[in-house]
Ligand binder design. Structure first.
Ligand code: FAD
Ligand code: SIN
Length: 524
């Protein structure tokens, strides 16, 4: 058994932001399922939004854009905190050494600020198209070089330990020895990121199986906004092996590319976004994703094209080096060739219900980052607001939890055991494919009662086969994916209207009178 004051499950932007603050008050342990640094944060491309240009921009404009994208479900208090404290946190990040691209003029504080969909001002700080890697590097080196936390890599949190309504820590699996291990803490902060891996097509890394949300739900925490999954309009479509599709994410083509003038074309070579929204290619993500979905259906194709001719070869190579080189490795010279793209599951607006201090309904349990849901993104997140969310609310959760730095006694007497898998690999992959393909086909960009009931039937069939205590990593993840698929599908059924990222073809309009509210689920 290992003890600490703060146990942080997850080492992305939210986890490390929490760790930096928590280290001021006590001993911190961070668990990461994979290698430290592996997660959505390091994959982030476009950038981090903050109104640092106080001449052409303001926190009020950023607030308004965030609220507008959220389609009526944003919590104004949370958004106000995001946009104001966000500026402070980003400045700290720069002081810590984050190297964002600079402009030749002093406008925008000397930074080259980018534009993305549904932002009315240029406010995206970026490091080429590898912003997440730069942020993860900056935070990671601070935590490691200043010994702010003990990082346990390849340590998978399985289930929370809750006694008498208080969270005492987590039971975990050491993936190197396959032994279980118990971590006891005064405060536990879940920062395990998103759940894109519930879907067949996703931009999310392999670790994004929603473990933290599933374990919190099992422990009695409330989850909310489970129907709101954001589909990014443009991920690279290539000939893919089924084995790869199940395991690997689709490579993202950043929205910032459209911010610099890239155009969407259907397979007939026609530009189409103006038909759907006056903002064209820079309309909110849900609108662009649905427009692409419709064009693909009408043209019987699995992709549309993204043309970067208007961006120009020099700018492409300088501003988007990762996208340029990755596409080149895959046989596409994007200075000349159109990129075949389609939407993929990208971001989860729902998650563990918290207040603006990361508090859940379980004492001593906090959550922050993509696994948490406090209404900051409403029904649809504004581009580049997610990194900011992790930075701001990770910090706030650690700050709020400092009052709990006192030792409490645990009655648990854990044993370290070697675990053994129940399922054969072939069976496990088959169940995973059933969940992921049904979620993609029936519960993605366009849903209906009929499609949701069909998905529910298939998910329940898999669920019935998983009636055992999962032991191996992939089994634990499959159980979590199945639980989350059930919750997303149920919430999508329970919301008979369309709002933000949740679109029901049988209820295509928003119904503010009855449904301008959040759905909350708790294990009965
Ligand atoms: P993550 O960074 O995903 O970290 C999760 C951590 O939890 C990892 O350390 C993982 O190992 C750990 N973990 C998970 N499960 C367990 C477990 N059971 N036990 C122990 N540890 C566990 N947002 C923006 O604002 N701007 C962008 O430009 C942008 N681009 C993106 C590009 C891509 C390709 C993707 C996928 C997302 C992008 N996003 C972007 C979204 C953003 O990156 C994420 O929402 C954000 O990084 C999430 O941070 P996080 O700290 O909550 O989780
Ligand atoms: C992108 O670069 O398009 C992703 C940005 C985001 O998810 O906010």
């Amino acid at each position: 058994m290992t003890k600490c004051d703060y146990l942080i499950i997850g080492g992305g932007i939210a986890g490390l932001s929490a760790a930096m603050e928590a280290a001021k008050y006590g001993k911190v342990i961070v668990l990461t399922k994979g290698k430290a640094g592996e997660g959505a944060t390091e994959k982030a491309q476009g950038g981090i939004a903050a109104a640092i240009d106080q001449i052409r921009d303001s926190t009020q404009f950023h607030f308004e854009d965030t609220i507008a994208a959220g389609a009526g479900l944003c919590d104004e208090k949370a958004v106000r905190i995001l946009v104001t404290e966000g500026v402070e946190r980003v400045k700290e990040l720069i002081e810590m050494g984050a190297r964002f691209d600079r402009a030749e003029t002093e406008a925008g504080g000397g930074f080259a600020l980018a534009l993305e969909g549904a932002h009315k001002r240029r406010r995206i700080l970026h490091a080429g198209d590898a912003t997440g890697e730069e942020i993860q590097r900056t935070l990671g080196s601070k935590v490691v070089s200043e010994k702010l936390a003990d990082i346990y890599q390849y340590t998978l949190g399985i289930d929370l330990i809750v006694e008498n309504g208080k969270c005492l820590g987590v039971n975990a699996l050491d993936l190197k020895s396959n032994k279980t291990e118990t971590f006891i803490a005064n405060s536990t902060i879940i920062t395990t990121g998103g759940l894109g891996q519930v879907y067949l097509y996703t931009t999310n890394p392999e670790v994004a199986t929603g473990d933290g949300i599933a374990m919190a739900y099992r422990a009695g925490a409330a989850v909310t906004d489970m129907e709101f999954v954001q589909f990014h309009p443009t991920s690279l479509v290539q000939f893919e092996d089924l084995k790869d599709i199940i395991a690997l994410p689709r490579f993202l083509i950043s929205e910032a590319v459209r911010g610099e003038g890239a155009m969407l074309l259907n397979t007939k070579g026609e530009r189409f976004m103006q038909k759907y929204d006056v903002k064209g290619e820079l309309a909110p993500r849900d609108i662009v994703s649905r427009a692409i979905y419709k064009e693909m259906k009408e043209n019987n194709s699995d992709h549309v094209f993204l043309s970067l001719v208007k961006v120009g070869a020099e700018k492409i190579k300088k501003r988007f080096p990762v996208i340029y080189h990755t596409c080149l490795e895959r046989g596409l010279d994007i200075t000349k060739d159109n990129i075949p793209v389609a939407p993929s599951a990208h971001y989860f607006m729902g998650g563990i219900k918290t207040d603006v201090d990361g508090k859940t309904n379980i004492a001593n349990l906090y959550a922050a980052g993509e696994c948490a849901s406090l209404g900051v993104h409403g029904a649809n997140r504004l581009a580049s607001n997610s990194l900011l969310d992790g930075l701001v609310f990770g910090h706030r959760a650690a700050l709020a939890a400092r009052s709990e730095i006192r030792n409490h006694k645990s009655e648990t007497n854990p044993k370290s055991e070697i675990t053994k898998a129940h399922l054969k690999d072939k069976e496990l992959q088959r169940f995973k494919l059933i969940i992921k393909s049904n979620m993609w086909k029936e519960v993605s960009i366009v849903r209906s009662k009929e499609s949701l009931l069909q998905a529910q039937k298939m998910i329940n069939e898999v669920d019935r086969k998983l009636d055992f205590e999962p032991a191996a990593k992939e089994e634990i993840e499959l159980k979590n994916l199945t639980l989350l698929a059930k919750l997303i599908t149920q919430a999508a059924l329970d919301r008979p209207e369309s709002r933000g990222a949740h679109y029901r073809s049988d209820f295509p309009k928003s119904d503010d009178k009855n449904w301008k509210k959040h759905l909350v689920y708790k294990k009965s």
